[in-house]
Design a protein around this ligand. Structure first.
Ligand code: C5P
Length: 231
């Protein structure tokens, strides 16, 4: 299981400071660049993080018509990031168009689909989809697998079922991780490292438990140590 840190701090300087602070700890830490920092700091910021030796997950959750999504995916591939995501609800045609378009790249990024946002609870989710979260998450995962995506973004609670209906090598990346049971914030379905390990999660995403702590470096060290023990 790998650690992916969400860089959601209020300024570029703070995000870079965090990245630099932990850059010596492990060669296997991924950084997640999301809306906030990408909108503000753009490609240049991504390059700076790459130059520090990190693998980058560009979390822009693309959602549009298939051709527009495929165009954007190509631009992302050209940036040289290692992983990005789309919303599974964009549908099968969008998935297929993206994967076809990326197939010409020798080294393409991993493509994940967001199944159900981890901030949803059953009541709010049902208002939109009229289905239980787990049912829809599994449907989205199956579709993503069938269309050749590399994996899905889901909650740790869905990971095991998704592996069963797809394949063990189909990636699950799970936000809403509170490594040692920290405060959940706005996340509804949170899990700790022990739970994620049992659920065969491939990537845990951790944001606030790291950057809101008094000592982010120490928390990252503790997480890495725990992940090593779980190997
Ligand atoms: O601070 P926290 O650990 O809750 O951060 C989780 C990160 O994962 C945030 O950047 C959030 O945008 C992202 N995310 C999520 N749920 C998803 C997909 C991404 O929380 N389904």
């Amino acid at each position: 299981m790998k650690l992916c840190i969400a860089l959601d701090l209020p300024s570029k300087e703070e995000n870079l400071q965090l990245a630099k602070n932990i850059s010596g700890l492990s060669t296997d830490i991924w950084l997640k660049v999301g809306f906030r920092s990408y909108i503000r700091d753009g490609v240049k910021f991504v390059k700076e993080l790459q130059n520090l030796g990190f693998k980058i997950f560009l979390d822009l959750k693309l959602y549009d018509i298939p051709n527009t999504m495929a165009d954007a995916s190509e631009e992302i591939a050209k940036m040289g990031v290692d992983m990005f995501n789309i919303h599974a609800s964009a549908g099968r045609v969008a998935m297929k168009t993206i994967m076809d378009r990326l197939s010409k790249y020798k080294k393409r990024p991993l493509v994940l689909a967001v199944t159900v946002l981890t901030s949803f609870d059953e009541k709010n989710f049902e208002e939109i989809y009229e289905l239980p979260i787990a049912t829809k998450a599994n449907e989205f995962a199956k579709m993503s697998y069938e269309e050749g995506l590399d994996g899905v973004v889901c909650s740790a609670y869905e990971s095991l079922d998704i592996k069963e209906i797809t394949n063990d090598s189909f990636i699950t990346l799970t936000p809403g991780i509170r490594p040692f049971g920290e405060d959940r914030g706005d996340q509804k379905r949170v899990a700790d490292i022990d739970f994620a390990t049992k659920a065969k999660v491939n990537f845990i995403v951790v944001g606030r438990p790291i950057y809101k702590s008094g000592n982010p470096k120490k928390v990252v060290e503790k997480i890495i140590q725990k992940l090593k023990e779980k190997k």
